[in-house]
Ligand binder design. Sequence first.
Ligand code: IPD
Ligand code: CA
Ligand code: CA
Ligand code: CA
Length: 289
Amino acid sequence: MANQLDLDHCFDFVMKLTIESAKIIRNAIQGGKCIETKAGEWDLVTQYDKSVEEILISGLIKEFPTHKFIGEETVSKTNCLPNLTDDPTWIIDPIDGTTNFVHSFPHTCISIALAVNRQLEIGIVYNPVIEQMFTARRGCGAYLNGNPIKSSDISDLKQSLVCIEASYARIEEIRDEVMGRIEAFVSIAHGIRTLGSAALTLCYIAMGAADVYHTDNLSPWDVAAGTLIIREAGGTVIDTSGDKFNIMNPKVLAMGNKKLAPELVKLIRSADMKTQRKRINKNQSAIST
Ligand code: IPD
Ligand code: CA
Ligand code: CA
Ligand code: CA
């Protein structure tokens, strides 16, 4: 239980462990890597994803033997996503932005969160390449390298910088929807960015460097730490449908402040409807020719 747990100790311990483990990423980013694929040609994993997760989990188990773990590479191995319970649970992405890491693109990080009673208590996102350490404790604010950060208060989409994950448009069944949503944002916002690390992108919203982030198709380890960091920085994360955000099935609409939420949900809905109409028209004209 949260009140029986020494969260100060958890935080200090995991910070030190993260900094130590991240040296592997910093030392390896420029060199050759053993690259394997998981779900498809685009789903990359290296020996470093596996070794960083092993080091993190074994370090945490030694210190907190009763805690549970949800780590990307462990889940990939067993092909089984555990339920989130009330037990203290560390949610771990050993390298978020593996494709960036493989290509030596310096936008990659370790992301670790601690949930207790299904509530996020600690969030850490660390990019060791450019030494950006984002941290948050529930109720205590969010920080970048120890300095408080605050999300943007822009309430007009026309004045916003929007981050979208574009890569999942590779999935043929949803490609039209993803492209339709991108088109909708492109036609309104100041600009669109697609950065290839969900955890870091959430932190960029938290620090006010971007205003909106949208992507479906993520996993708990991509978003757990960043979600707490955004909330503690004054921002908000909701489900793409406008419903309450579910960390275990994350469809992400994150923003610097709540004011943008209704407009964003409406924009995505109407982009999807437009895509569906186009699909129906295409099918109808295929039938009639
Ligand atoms: C990926 C990144 C990427 C997102 C993918 C994730 P990984 O995580 O967060 O930005 O678009 O959906 O899987 O595989 O690099 O840890
Ligand atoms: Ca991965
Ligand atoms: Ca990830
Ligand atoms: Ca990963």
